[in-house]
Design a protein around this ligand. Structure first.
Ligand SMILES: *[C@@H]1O[C@H](CO)[C@@H](O)[C@H](O)[C@H]1NC(C)=O
Ligand SMILES: *[C@@H]1O[C@H](CO)[C@@H](O)[C@H](O)[C@H]1NC(C)=O
Ligand SMILES: *[C@@H]1O[C@H](CO)[C@@H](O)[C@H](O)[C@H]1NC(C)=O
Ligand SMILES: *[C@@H]1O[C@H](CO)[C@@H](O)[C@H](O)[C@H]1NC(C)=O
Length: 255
């Protein structure tokens, strides 16, 4: 309860400042991001509220998003005095490629290093859209077709991110697939980190352990693996237990 009141107090102070400068400024706890309206409209959870005055719009919308629990992104339409809330994950450094209908939203997701990283991975399962790049594209709408799904062979159930440079981080978040088969594709999961590339799949024993998730995951579980100490690394490998049916992961964050 004490923690909660501290949080609310901090939030109100932080948010009072930018009320008059919403157009240019970034709210401290939120990041502005341009994203296609059509893309966020495919969210599996959407809600609108209409407010009676402009003055409390930003404050009310931030707080409403937090209170909803499932909300990751919101869009203020100042002329209609509505705020629309979406569960879609959009990372602050997401790069929109369809700008025709882009809207300026606020995302709750943190600035991270997985977005726009390079990725290599084991052989993909047959569905073409379920590619490894889905883990580094900075957007996820809880549709299983936008997850990364590997083949079932033992040597294929892995991925490696290349952050492009040695960077320091302590949190890695993974989101399990959005149905109950998550228990078969996300367990005995190990994350390791390193500073040099590996020529081929070797089980990643040359890398240092970052953390693990014994599992088994439930649907859409947000698995946050935190290192007791910040680590500095360029490469991050992830692999599931050899017994797992396949590896399926839908979204990833590194910060
Ligand atoms: C929410 O409000 C916006 C106006 O900003 C409107 O375009 C949109 O269709 C509404 N969405 C829903 C789900 O009602
Ligand atoms: C609210 O803001 C919008 C856009 O800035 C403006 O068009 C509208 O007149 C404002 N409404 C009120 C009641 O101030
Ligand atoms: C990803 O690979 C491309 C092509 O090799 C390179 O230009 C880019 O800098 C790389 N980005 C990162 C984050 O490693
Ligand atoms: C979950 O999705 C997978 C595809 O990844 C599918 O094969 C499986 O049948 C689905 N399971 C359930 C319980 O819907």
């Amino acid at each position: 309860m004490l923690l909660y009141s501290v949080w609310v107090t901090t939030l109100s102070v932080v948010l009072l400042l930018p009320l008059s400068s919403v157009d240019g400024g970034e709210l401290r706890l939120w990041h502005q991001v341009l994203v296609s309206l059509a893309k966020v409209s495919s969210s599996t959870n959407i809600k609108n509220i209409t407010l009676s005055t402009n003055s409390t719009m930003v404050w009310t919308c931030c707080n409403t998003c937090i209170k909803l629990g499932w909300c990751n992104l919101w869009y203020p339409d100042f002329s209609a005095r509505t705020c629309t809330f979406y569960n879609t994950f959009v990372m602050p450094t997401y790069r929109e490629t369809y700008n025709d209908d882009a809207i300026l939203c606020y995302t709750k997701r943190p600035k991270d290093y997985a977005t726009n990283a390079n990725i290599t991975a084991g052989l993909q399962m047959t569905i073409p859209s379920k590619k490894k790049e889905n883990l580094v594209d900075g957007i996820y709408n809880f549709n299983i077709l936008n997850c990364f799904h590997t083949d079932s062979a033992e040597r294929e159930k892995w991925f490696v991110l290349d952050l492009g440079a040695v960077l320091t981080f302590s949190h890695i978040l993974l989101v399990a697939q959005p149905n109950s088969s998550a228990k078969r594709t996300m367990y005995g999961f190990k994350l390791r980190v390193g500073t040099s590339p590996l020529e081929s799949y070797t089980g990643f024993s040359a890398y240092d352990e970052f953390g693990e998730f014994p599992g088994r995951a439930y649907e859409s579980q947000e698995i946050l693996i935190q290192s007791p100490k910040a680590v500095s690394a360029r490469f991050i490998s992830g692999e599931v237990s050899p017994d797992a049916k396949q590896l399926q992961v839908c979204h990833m964050e590194v910060y």
